[in-house]
Design a protein around this ligand. Structure first.
Ligand code: ATP
Ligand code: ZN
Ligand code: MG
Length: 306
């Protein structure tokens, strides 16, 4: 593994050769084998077990948002480069004939598509804030939600750990600043212990999101200075640039403000989430323990399969 790029290529080739990832002809878009899915499902169950005692409210959404909620979230201000919008054909018969002609000629046929009310989910927790806001002020104990969704990000890459469609499991705490920061520091410890039990090398570090443009550089620096984002990193395709497999984010009142989500005392709600990247965790396990889970060390097998 000399450079990040070479490491990513070799590992990607090996994953495909072992049938774990099924290439679909688009960078960052893959099918998954039964073996890969079994690892994802077992890890997801481990996350469920780790959070069981907290009795989070389970919510499951399709991998798409209400476009209005997406606009209100502020995502387009910060990450326009990652967003995926869903468009559809809404023309008449003449438009249809013109469309087919363009497809047959290999010309761009997409310009005539019109936006639907649906946008791809960029992070699993996005749909819960407008959902909670619609219920009115939070109870005094705040809220704790368990979400799990496929997410889309337009970041095509040959690095198998950077997919365009991947799954994110999250626990999300919404309430007072004290409630949500306590939740985050608790999960920083629990997340690290969980990953260490799987026999992979982990580090935890301060991080920032890829905010767009020049103003974005300021936002990223500010996010770091305030310690708003931490990542649990595991080397997957590069030893010097380990990959973020879990994220611990404190959003302050960003989402509270977006949807006027209030605490029981009437203050703007704060929020924090711990996100588990399920494909990345599976890839980290394949990278460090081997391509065949049957051959993984017994202690790790027993953590995952009981
Ligand atoms: P990175 O810095 O590598 O781009 P991120 O900071 O964008 O990661 P988050 O936005 O915090 O990641 O997303 C939560 C989790 O989702 C990450 O910890 C990671 O495990 C996973 N994740 C993020 N982007 C991808 C991707 N493109 N492919 C697969 N998993 C991803
Ligand atoms: Zn989140
Ligand atoms: Mg990213």
């Amino acid at each position: 593994m000399t450079t990040a790029a070479a490491g990513a290529d070799d590992f990607r080739d090996a994953l495909i050769r072992h049938g774990l990832l099924i290439p679909m002809g688009v960078d960052g878009l893959y099918g998954r084998s039964g073996v890969f899915e079994d690892v994802v499902e077992r890890f997801n169950a481990l996350v469920t077990a780790a959070g069981q005692r907290d009795r989070a409210e389970v919510m499951r959404f399709p991998p798409a948002l209400n476009r209005r909620h997406f606009e209100e979230s502020g995502y387009l201000e910060s990450f326009p480069q990652l967003a995926g919008t869903v468009h559809s054909f809404t023309g008449g018969e003449a438009d249809h004939r013109a469309l087919l002609k363009r497809v047959a000629a290999g010309e761009d046929w997409t310009a005539g598509q019109t936006a639907t009310g649906v946008v791809m989910t960029p992070a699993a927790c996005y749909p819960i804030y407008p959902t909670l806001a619609a219920r009115g002020p939070l109870p005094a104990e705040g809220a704790l939600v368990d979400v799990y969704s496929y997410c889309f990000r337009h970041e095509p890459s040959l690095d198998p750990a950077r997919m365009q469609l991947f799954r994110m499991r999250e626990y999300v705490r919404i309430g007072t600043p004290e409630q949500v920061t306590a939740f985050r520091s608790d999960w920083l410890e629990r997340g690290e212990a969980l990953m260490r039990s799987l026999g992979v090398p982990v580090t935890v570090d301060l991080a920032n999101d890829p905010f767009f443009g020049r103003a974005g550089r300021m936002l990223a620096a500010n996010q770091r200075d305030q310690g708003l984002k931490f990542e649990l990193l595991i080397p997957i395709t590069s030893a010097d640039k380990p990959t973020a497999c879990l994220s611990f984010n404190y959003h302050q009142d960003h989402f509270g403000l977006a949807w006027d989500l209030r605490t029981a005392d009437g203050d703007l709600a704060h929020s924090a989430c711990v996100g588990f990247g399920l494909e990345r965790v599976a890839l980290a396990l394949f990278r460090h323990l081997g391509f065949d889970p049957q051959g993984w060390p017994a202690p790790v097998r027993s953590v995952l399969w009981g």
